[in-house]
Design a protein around this ligand. Structure first.
Ligand code: KMH
Ligand code: ZN
Length: 274
């Protein structure tokens, strides 16, 4: 089986130090958490950035500073900025980190409820705009889908030329408003992507490690990190993103799956360093 790509979503936009004091806000904290995840076995750092007080931002210069800090500590890590940002941000705001020509960035392929009155808005035209910009700058999208219909949207837009094949998907499972995180859901999602595509699974909250184990067995890849879950086990807060990655590495070893290095990840995903 292909080696396992581990992505660490170290920060997110919604999780705060009230949820877990180790959630990083400052450039230094983001660098430290990325390094812990990388040293534990993550080859991709999925990146959101914050102001020092924790306010989510998509500011290009803040991304530049955080990426430089991550690259200083982990020179060959693949940094994958978010273009989702936080609920309510404008498209122009969200797209800023793509100008830095990262190797990858997320491309969210549909609108969904995000708890309470929050709606994470990604209209068809938004997806087209983001897809076109990524193609023009040579940025590989990680196609983020929160439900099965979003896979179908991505496939339609890929056929129309807004996303290049082969696509790499991230199934975000267990968001309050998206698909649930049952074994049957993952089988359905994995069976719904075009042949030749790859996928990563992000299980939200208590779903993180069960979904990771299933993805490992099915030949998929895994995302863990504070963005999706702050607990190492029931009631035990993780001290760092590194601990969450270490746990995936342990599960993978028990199940006989080797971990991909950043170089191997680039080969699997067909990435070119910009
Ligand atoms: N923070 C969510 C509203 C992404 O990174 O592209 C969107 C999100 C997805 O986290
Ligand atoms: Zn994200």
């Amino acid at each position: 089986m292909e080696k396992l790509i581990i992505t660490a979503a170290i920060c997110g936009a919604e999780v705060t130090k009230e949820h877990n004091p180790s959630v990083p806000y400052t450039v230094e904290e983001i660098g430290r958490e990325a390094e812990a995840a990388y040293k534990a076995g993550a080859s991709i750092i999925h990146l959101h950035v914050r102001e020092d007080d924790g306010t989510p931002t998509q500011d290009r210069e803040r991304f530049r500073a955080c990426i430089e800090e991550i690259k200083r500590r982990c020179p060959d890590a693949i940094v994958q900025p978010s273009t989702g940002g936080a609920v309510g941000m404008s498209n122009a705001e969200r797209l800023q980190p793509v100008d830095l020509k990262p190797e990858m960035a997320t491309l969210d392929c549909g609108t969904c409820n995000f708890g309470g009155d929050d709606i994470f808005v990604n209209t068809e035209n938004t997806i087209k705009e983001f897809g076109e910009k990524m193609i023009s700058l040579g940025v590989k999208p990680e196609v983020e889908v929160f439900d099965k219909g979003m896979i179908d949207m991505a496939v339609r837009l890929q056929r129309k030329g807004y996303i290049k094949a082969p696509m790499h998907f991230n199934f975000v499972m267990g968001v309050n408003g998206g698909i649930s995180a049952e074994a049957r859901d993952l089988v359905f999602m994995a069976g719904s992507i075009p042949t030749g595509s790859t996928f990563t699974v992000s299980g939200i909250g208590k779903n993180q490690f069960p979904m990771a184990a299933m993805a490992i067995l099915m030949g998929g890849h895994v995302r863990v990190g504070f963005e999706d879950n702050v607990y190492l086990s029931k009631g035990v807060l993780a001290k760092s993103n590194g601990e969450l990655v270490e746990k995936v590495v342990r599960i993978a070893k028990e199940l006989g799956r080797e971990i991909a290095t950043p170089k191997e990840t680039r080969e699997i995903l067909g990435l070119k360093e910009n």
